[in-house]
Design a protein around this ligand. Structure first.
Ligand code: THU
Length: 150
């Protein structure tokens, strides 16, 4: 959604600590809406696009366990379906039986996000005071590509 006041990529990096926490707060608020009756592990993701818009997602589980989807990919799907392709940062937050927990993105999500750029800054941590930040290429180096990109 628009209007969260993050601005473009440059302004996000200008106030990196505070903006990381703000994006993480959005992810954490969203985690409460996750549908995770089987694992009890609720995840929220907030994806900041280069145009300043933010799209959120949650994990959605299913009685057929393999049919579930992670929060990072639901956030990315919302953004992509709105025509967004360029992303600045993604924050991920989790609640394990109601308590905050760290949630580094899984391998499938790393590959999925990598389709849209390796520079995406991924932010996660057990709470807003203990955030870790990595560019996606550090989380999934030498990822699969159909063709070598120039
Ligand atoms: N999960 C996510 O939403 N993101 C991740 O990167 C890791 C795991 C979800 C999937 C499942 O619903 C629950 O967390 C427990 O694995």
């Amino acid at each position: 959604m628009d209007g969260k006041g993050f601005g473009d990529k440059n302004s996000f990096y200008q106030n990196l600590e505070e903006n990381s926490r703000r994006l993480y707060d959005l992810a954490l608020a969203k985690a409460k809406e996750a549908y995770a009756p089987y694992s009890g592990f609720q995840v929220g993701a907030a994806l900041l696009c280069e145009d300043g818009s933010v799209y959120e997602g949650v994990n959605i589980e299913n009685a057929s366990f393999g049919a579930g989807i992670c929060a990072e990919r639901t956030a990315a799907c919302c953004a992509i379906a709105r025509g967004k392709r360029r992303f600045t940062a993604m924050a991920v937050a989790a609640l394990k039986e109601g308590k905050q927990a760290s949630a580094p993105p899984c391998g499938i999500c790393r590959q999925f996000l990598g389709e849209f750029g390796q520079e995406l800054l991924v932010i996660f941590g057990k709470d807003r005071e203990h955030l870790q930040r990595y560019p996606l290429q550090e989380l999934l180096p030498r990822s699969f590509q159909l063709e070598e990109k120039p």
